[in-house]
Design a protein around this ligand. Structure first.
Ligand SMILES: NC(=O)c1ccc[n+]([C@@H]2O[C@H](COP(=O)([O-])OP(=O)(O)OC[C@H]3O[C@@H](n4cnc5c(N)ncnc54)[C@H](OP(=O)(O)O)[C@@H]3O)[C@@H](O)[C@H]2O)c1
Length: 307
C-alpha cells in the first residue's frame, strides 16, 4: 500500500486510489461479452485483458504486431484473441477494423488504452506529431471504424491522463499539428491526452439518444514501460516516490475496467474518471466547440491517409 493510498478514502463509487481491477469487478460475470483492448502487450492493457478474461469475457487484444498480441493473449490464459493494430499505420488500423467487423461479435466495450509518452525528439506520422497521431488519430480511426460493432449498450473508454493539464494553453495547436514550432515532450503528450478527452466528449454527444456511452479516464501514475523515454534521473526519482504515491499495475488498470464494466456507470457518458470515480478535467476538456473542431480536423486528416 502506498502512503498516499493510506490516507485516501474510497469515493462515492465505493472504490478509490487503492482499488484494483479485480476489486472493481469482484462478483461480476462477464461471460458472453466481448471487449476490445488496444495496447494489450504491456502494462495497463495487459492487466485489463487479464482481469476481463478472468471474469469470463472474451477479449480482442490488439498490439503493434500479431506476434506481440499472441504472446500477450497466451500469457493471460483466458479467452483472448490476438489482433495486430499498429496505431501509427492506418493500413494496420483499417485491417484490424475489418478483422473485428468480420468476426461479427458485438463489443460490450472498446478500451482505447495504447499510448506513447514524452518522446524526447519531435517525430511525425503523415505530417502529424507522433504522440498526437498514435494516441489520438490512430484511435479515432479504430473507434469510429468499429462503431457498427459496438453493442446497443456498448461503452467506449479512452485512456487519457492527468498529464492533459500540460497541453498548450490554447488546447490543441490546430495551426501546428506537425509540431514544427516549439516541440516539447510533455506539452505534446499533454495535447494528445487532451485530445483523448475531447474525442470521448464529442463521441458521447454524437451517441446522444442511444444507450451507448463514451468516457475518458486517468489511470493514476504507475511504473510501466510507458516511462521508457524518460531520462535516467527521472526514472530514479520515480523509483523513490513509488512507495509514496504510485499505483501498482493492478490498481492502475482499475479505472478503465470500472468504467468499461460496472453497472453503476452504465448510463454515464461524456465524463472523466480517476480512481474509479468521477473527476474534473481542465476546463477546456469540456469545451464542446473545441471537441467538435478536433473531430472535424481529425476527419480531414483521416481522409487523406493512405488506404
Ligand atoms: N503508466 C502511467 O503512469 C500512466 C498515467 C496516465 C496515463 N497512462 C496511459 O495509460 C495507457 C497505457 O499505458 P501503460 O502505462 O500501460 O504503458 P505501456 O506499458 O508502455 O503500454 C502501452 C501499450 O501501448 C502500445 N503501443 C504503443 N505505441 C503503439 C502503437 N503505435 N500502436 C499500437 N500500440 C502501441 C504498447 O506496445 P509496445 O510495448 O509494443 O510499444 C503497449 O502495449 C497509455 O495511454 C498512457 O498514456 C499511463
Amino acid at each position: 500500500m502506498s502512503l498516499y493510498q493510506y490516507f485516501q478514502k474510497p469515493g462515492p463509487s465505493g472504490f478509490g486510489h487503492g482499488s484494483t481491477a479485480e476489486d472493481v469487478t469482484a462478483g461480476m460475470s462477464l461471460a458472453g461479452k466481448t471487449y476490445l483492448v488496444t495496447g494489450c502487450s504491456s502494462g495497463l492493457g495487459l492487466e485489463t485483458m487479464r482481469v476481463l478474461t478472468l471474469r469470463g469475457a472474451q477479449v480482442l487484444g490488439t498490439a503493434r504486431t500479431l506476434e506481440k498480441a499472441r504472446a500477450a493473449c497466451a500469457s493471460v490464459g483466458g479467452d483472448a484473441v490476438p489482433l495486430a493494430c499498429e496505431l501509427s499505420d492506418p493500413r494496420s488500423v483499417r485491417a484490424c477494423v475489418e478483422s473485428v467487423l468480420a468476426r461479427g461479435e458485438r463489443l460490450a466495450a472498446l478500451i482505447g488504452n495504447a499510448g506513447i509518452m514524452a518522446l524526447p525528439r519531435r517525430e511525425q506520422a503523415f505530417g502529424v506529431e507522433l504522440q498526437l497521431f498514435t494516441n489520438h488519430v490512430g484511435h479515432f480511426l479504430l473507434v469510429t471504424g468499429l462503431l457498427d460493432a459496438l453493442a446497443d449498450d456498448g461503452r467506449v473508454v479512452m485512456v487519457s491522463s492527468r498529464a492533459h493539464l500540460q497541453a498548450p494553453r490554447e488546447g490543441i495547436r490546430f495551426d501546428d499539428l506537425a509540431a514544427d514550432r516549439n516541440y516539447t515532450p510533455w506539452g505534446h503528450y499533454g495535447q494528445s491526452k487532451l485530445a483523448n478527452l475531447l474525442f470521448a466528449k464529442e463521441l458521447a454527444r454524437r451517441l446522444g439518444g442511444t444507450r451507448r456511452t463514451a468516457n475518458a479516464i486517468h489511470p493514476g501514475v504507475i511504473p510501466t514501460n510507458l516511462s521508457r523515454h524518460l531520462p535516467r534521473a527521472a526514472e530514479a526519482i520515480f523509483r523513490v516516490v513509488r512507495p509514496l504515491l504510485l499505483k501498482t499495475t493492478a490498481q492502475g488498470a482499475a479505472t478503465q475496467v470500472f468504467v468499461a464494466t460496472h453497472p453503476s456507470v452504465a448510463t454515464v457518458t461524456g465524463e472523466y474518471f480517476a480512481d474509479s470515480n468521477l473527476a474534473r478535467p481542465r476546463a477546456d476538456a469540456n469545451d464542446s466547440a473545441l471537441a467538435r473542431r478536433l473531430w472535424e480536423v481529425t476527419e480531414e486528416i483521416v481522409e487523406k491517409l493512405p488506404r
